[in-house]
Design a protein around this ligand. Structure first.
Ligand code: TYD
Length: 222
């Protein structure tokens, strides 16, 4: 239906710091796509496969993990998620809505843990096989506010990091967005939920429309 020649249907990724509300918004978008009759799936990186969920649980709780271990384990999980879940869905014409993807490794392991950004990029390339989101929606929020929103539950190893870590993550995200404005949209995550979901829908429906127009033009030229 909404096929683009390179990788199939559109691939939409939600990114942002802890407590930015991106998961809620990703789910809202998925429901709206479904209601509109657009074939789609919702998945999570790393939680979209059984192994990914185990890796996520371990990485969140273990107190014996080095930054490089983190990078490679997220990458292993992403490689499986890409090949088993994301690519098959895109090839079968389904829009993929994914909560986090490779930019999370650049933000958290690259900027946050200060692993060399070129190394992170190389590992990301390998894990994704070069698959890139058509659209990244970044939910930007001050770390203090995001973490406060997470509430009083048990904090995981990432949430327990200091504000300096979370500020580096935020800067990393904003740099990626500034470097590729055609693929990234930055949203102010402090806006009301309904305002945000309307902005997300504007952006996504606009993209789907323009893809449809390209396909029609392409077909007419052929
Ligand atoms: P998750 O429960 O998905 O957090 P959130 O609801 O904030 O998305 O936990 C994922 C945690 O793992 C989150 O703190 C970010 C971190 N993470 C990385 O450090 N690198 C990565 O590549 C990914 C995908 C997540």
């Amino acid at each position: 239906m909404h096929s683009v020649s390179r990788q199939g249907a559109p691939f939409i990724v939600f990114e942002g710091g802890d407590g930015s509300g991106k998961t809620t918004q990703a789910r809202l978008l998925f429901r709206r796509l479904q209601r509109t009759g657009i074939p789609s799936i919702f998945t999570r990186d790393p939680g979209g496969t059984d192994l990914g969920r185990q890796i996520e649980r371990w990485l969140k709780r273990s107190n014996d993990v080095m930054p490089r271990n983190e990078l490679l384990l997220f990458a292993a999980s992403r490689s499986l998620l890409t090949d088993r879940v994301i690519r098959p869905a895109l090839y079968s014409g389904k829009v993929v809505v994914c909560d986090r993807y490779a930019p999370s490794s650049t933000a958290y392991q690259g900027y946050g843990r200060t692993i060399d950004l070129e190394l992170v990029e190389t590992i990301n390339q390998s894990a994704t096989g070069g698959l890139r989101p058509d659209l990244v929606l970044l939910f930007d929020i001050q770390p203090e506010e995001g973490l406060a929103r997470k509430g009083s539950g048990v904090a995981d190893r990432f949430q327990e990091e200091g504000i300096a870590f979370h500020n580096r993550v935020r800067v990393g995200y904003l740099r990626m967005a500034a470097a590729a404005p055609e693929r990234w949209t930055v949203l102010d995550a402090t806006l009301p939920r309904s305002t945000l979901s309307a902005s997300v829908w504007d952006r996504v429906s606009g993209m789907l429309e323009s893809l449809k127009a390209t396909e029609t033009t392409g077909a007419a030229i052929r």
